[in-house]
Design a protein around this ligand. Structure first.
Ligand SMILES: *[C@@H]1O[C@H](CO)[C@@H](O)[C@H](O)[C@H]1NC(C)=O
Ligand SMILES: *[C@@H]1O[C@H](CO)[C@@H](O)[C@H](O)[C@H]1NC(C)=O
Ligand SMILES: *[C@@H]1O[C@H](CO)[C@@H](O)[C@H](O)[C@H]1NC(C)=O
Ligand SMILES: *[C@@H]1O[C@H](CO)[C@@H](O)[C@H](O)[C@H]1NC(C)=O
Ligand SMILES: *[C@@H]1O[C@H](CO)[C@@H](O)[C@H](O)[C@H]1NC(C)=O
Ligand SMILES: *[C@@H]1O[C@H](CO)[C@@H](O)[C@H](O)[C@H]1NC(C)=O
Ligand SMILES: *[C@@H]1O[C@H](CO)[C@@H](O)[C@H](O)[C@H]1NC(C)=O
Ligand SMILES: *[C@@H]1O[C@H](CO)[C@@H](O)[C@H](O)[C@H]1NC(C)=O
Ligand SMILES: *[C@@H]1O[C@H](CO)[C@@H](O)[C@H](O)[C@H]1NC(C)=O
Length: 562
């Protein structure tokens, strides 16, 4: 080889090295915040011995509501054409957005469900739409679901592969007394013929839910727990009868209201095994008109506040003979349709993903977000159908967080929220880290707590195939408990997968989210983008940038996940 050739090669190599290090540096800065941010260290402790909860495979659920375009809050009307009655079922993004979950649970309901009649054969009233009238309960007159629309909806649900929970009108047959409570037994004649129609048409329904926000002190009106239990048993028997020769049978779900310890205890005890899922609603941030929503979302102790409800419902169910499980049947954070540029913006993913993590840790099986579309809290933009940041947060959760929930704690700044599940598509684990701090990058080390030796996967996720798996690792047994640390300076070739979510231009109000520094958006065909991870050397700590969210999939096999 001549010296000239040698020099050329050397130059080539140099250019190569510069290129590589440039790519390396830019990909690092995309995830590790700017130079301004300070850095703090912290440790995640994961108890890998056993799981503390088990979520449904299809834990993610979103709602479709009845609100007509005339529904307004504080002078703004945010529902447009997002009602079950008028939603554009031919929208390609809508179809793709639901399909991407295969399956997404969708709960159909909301305030006006208790004023809907179904236009089945038995119905003798005209089938007319809701009309705004402020002197009516909930601000609207009775509405009606025509069967041709129910047919259209079911054709769409089938095509999109959604699992449907239908919220039935639980006020039928009752009268409202002067103290505001609804009394008398549920008249299920119309509901029964609607369920029969649905079965006759072979439409697949995942669950029939009774009523909306009538538990405890109720919204608009309320129904006593004993009466509600007896009505739920009627629904259970009706479903059993109509589906007598059909499997699988849909779930019976109730009461779809705000948690009230005494009311729920009585309801759970009195329904026995005639209810499969106990649903409660969450709007813990207060009204959408509140100008301090973001301060609440960024306050760790405010977020922690909801744990009491999850804990109390879990104890209620555990201490009862019921075989029912807990669901969040509707949760939009801020009531009265949310708040534009908050509940449909990047900042809301802090609240939403924290809720998903917390709910799972208290053994909630399914979590329904208000809403899939409509109001200011849609996963999709109400007018363009383009996904908002929370849509991608939900999709990443759905793809990465497996059924078993692991006890997780974080030692370090209070601004880090940490949740761990067994991984969904591999034998490892997925860690979710949320950094509520505006200026500190947190360098996170992961520590496992397990009685058995920690195993790294022999054959990690297929995308690791270029890297040779490595079996040996260093274990530290310096503490009383058998704590096994992630290898710190090993020569291991193992990598982990990281998904860093940040707001475009660092703006918490942005409706555009970046994944590993790249904008997430549908393309001109309305296709949902693929969500690609960064591959990071496992010997490095996890860098969680200010105001960012990180999902980390790690190829460690823990006893609770094997
Ligand atoms: C660092 O912070 C200062 C003051 O907040 C700001 O002017 C500057 O642009 C920041 N630098 C970077 C690199 O973000
Ligand atoms: C609104 O409802 C009230 C009470 O149901 C009724 O008396 C009134 O006529 C309604 N107003 C309109 C404009 O329909
Ligand atoms: C129940 O409602 C139906 C209309 O759906 C009505 O025909 C029937 O009389 C009601 N039953 C009772 C007991 O009120
Ligand atoms: C009913 O629907 C199920 C799936 O939803 C399908 O497998 C079955 O063939 C259908 N039955 C009839 C009679 O159409
Ligand atoms: C929907 O998207 C459009 C275009 O980006 C935006 O102007 C509008 O504010 C969004 N609507 C809502 C309710 O977020
Ligand atoms: C970060 O948040 C603190 C309060 O938590 C506030 O005082 C400070 O001004 C914020 N810094 C920036 C750069 O926004
Ligand atoms: C390990 O697990 C035990 C029992 O679950 C728990 O008491 C202990 O605090 C855990 N230790 C760590 C470091 O997480
Ligand atoms: C991971 O980092 C270690 C230590 O810096 C290094 O020896 C090893 O080659 C790296 N592995 C990969 C796959 O880059
Ligand atoms: C849109 O994205 C999908 C999936 O990534 C891809 O298959 C399709 O070709 C893209 N369409 C256009 C027009 O870019």
């Amino acid at each position: 080889m001549s010296s000239l050739q040698n020099r050329e090669m050397g130059l080539c190599l140099l250019v190569c090295i510069i290129c590589c290090s440039f790519i390396y540096v830019s990909s690092q800065s995309a995830v590790a915040g700017n130079d301004n941010s300070s850095v703090s260290e912290g440790t995640v402790f994961i108890d890998g011995k056993s799981s503390i909860g088990k979520i449904d495979e299809d834990f993610i659920c979103a709602t479709l509501d009845w609100w007509p375009p005339e529904k307004c809050d504080y002078g703004t009307c945010s529902w447009d054409r997002a009602s079950l009655i008028n939603l554009d079922l031919n929208n390609n993004i809508l179809l793709n957005a639901i399909k991407a979950f295969s399956p997404l649970k969708i709960r159909l309901g909301g305030t006006l469900q208790d004023k809907v009649i179904y236009d089945t054969e038995d119905n003798k009233q005209p089938c007319v739409q809701f009309v705004k009238n402020t002197s009516e309960m909930f601000g609207f007159t009775q509405g009606c679901l025509p069967m041709y629309r129910w047919d259209e909806l079911n054709a769409f649900f089938k095509k999109s592969g959604a699992e449907i929970i239908f919220g039935l009108n639980a006020l039928a047959g009752r009268s409202i007394t002067s103290d505001g409570s609804a009394v008398g037994a549920w008249n299920y004649t119309n509901a029964e013929s609607f369920i029969s129609y649905t079965v006759k048409k072979n439409y697949s329904i995942y669950g029939w839910e009774l009523g909306n926000e009538l538990s405890g002190s109720g919204v608009g009106t309320r129904v006593a727990a004993a009466q509600y239990a007896s009505d739920t048993i009627s629904l259970y028997n009706t479903v059993k009868k109509i589906y007598s020769s059909i499997e699988p049978k849909p779930l019976v779900i109730a009461p779809g209201g705000f948690f009230d310890a005494n009311w729920f205890k009585e309801f759970v005890d009195k329904t026995g095994n005639s209810v499969n899922a106990i649903t409660h609603h969450i709007y813990n941030l207060g009204p959408g008109v509140d100008t301090h929503l973001i301060e609440k979302i960024l306050d760790p102790s405010y977020l922690d506040g909801e744990a009491d409800t999850f804990n109390s419902l879990q104890s209620t169910i555990k201490s009862s003979a019921t075989s029912a499980v807990a669901w969040v049947g509707e949760s939009g954070g801020a009531y009265n349709s949310g708040r534009n540029l908050v509940t449909n913006a990047f900042v809301f993913s802090f609240w939403y993903l924290d809720q998903l993590g917390m709910a799972s840790a208290y053994d909630t099986k399914t979590y329904c977000r208000q809403s899939l579309i409509g109001g200011n809290y849609g996963l999709l933009n109400t007018s363009t159908f383009v996904p908002n940041p929370d849509y991608y947060s939900a999709l990443l959760w759905h793809r990465l967080m497996g059924r078993n929930v692991l006890s997780t704690s974080f030692s370090g700044t209070k601004k880090i929220r940490a949740y761990t599940h067994c991984a969904k598509q591999s034998k490892g684990i997925t860690l979710l880290l949320i950094n509520l701090d505006n200026s500190t990058t947190v360098e996170v080390t992961v520590t496992f707590n397990s009685t058995r030796r920690l195993h790294q996967k022999h054959k990690p996720h297929r995308s690791h195939k270029l890297h040779k798996p490595h079996r040996s690792h260093r274990s530290h047994k310096s503490h009383k408990s058998k704590v096994i640390q992630q290898p710190q300076r090993s020569t291991s070739g193992i990598t982990r997968e990281e998904y860093h979510l940040t707001a475009k231009d660092g703006d918490l109000h942005s409706q555009t989210m970046l994944l590993n520094g790249n904008i997430l958006t549908v393309n001109s065909s309305g296709d949902i983008p693929s969500l690609e991870p960064l591959h990071v050397n496992s010997s490095k700590p996890i860098m969680v940038a200010p105001f960012s969210i990180v999902f980390v999939q790690m190829p460690y096999v823990l006893p609770a996940c094997s």
